[in-house]
Unconditional design. Sequence first.
Length: 217
Amino acid sequence: MKELKRLLDQNRAWAENIKANDPEFFQALAKQQSPAFLWIGCSDSRVPATQLVDTLPGEMFVHRNVANIVVHTDFNCLSVMQYAVEVLKVDHIIVCGHHRCGGVKAAMENSQFGLIDNWLRHVQDVLHQHEELLSAIEDAGERLDRLCELNVIEQVLNVGRTTIVQNAWQRGQELAVHGWIYGLQDGLLRDLGVSIDNAEGLAAAYDGAIKMRGHSL
Ligand code: CO
């Protein structure tokens, strides 16, 4: 119970701190949200989406799952995307993975943890698709980090292929999709060079980013 009390106490101090800077902050935000970003990231406790980019409440719409996977039959993720794109009209969708991801590691090592193994089959699909590139990397940690990056690039492609994003681009709505990777060791984000804001360029952006992963061996 002590641990929970700590959270509630810290929340009170946090809200006080924000109100000290801007007394109307919460009242204004309660009326509406208009975030410019949708973040799709990993559930890992070490990758706190809004915290690591230092944003205030109201700035970022967030969806997180284990290994930041975007599956075309996942109505949870698709609903978040649809609402973010069509109602909130975000300008950017950021798929953010992180190095040394436990979900990606489990998929890579084919270790069993239960129900979640089935979810991580999607990461194994990425692994099999890029087996050649990955098997050329000798160091296991480096190989894992590379798979984390390839997984992000694949998920950016999946985002870009959804009817939600395809229709937005067709309507002429300004919307860009990006792939980033977060370094647990230094707390820094890196752009994986797979930003895309139109349907025509999607395949080329994907190919270019995959090639880049191969070259940085
Ligand atoms: Co992770």
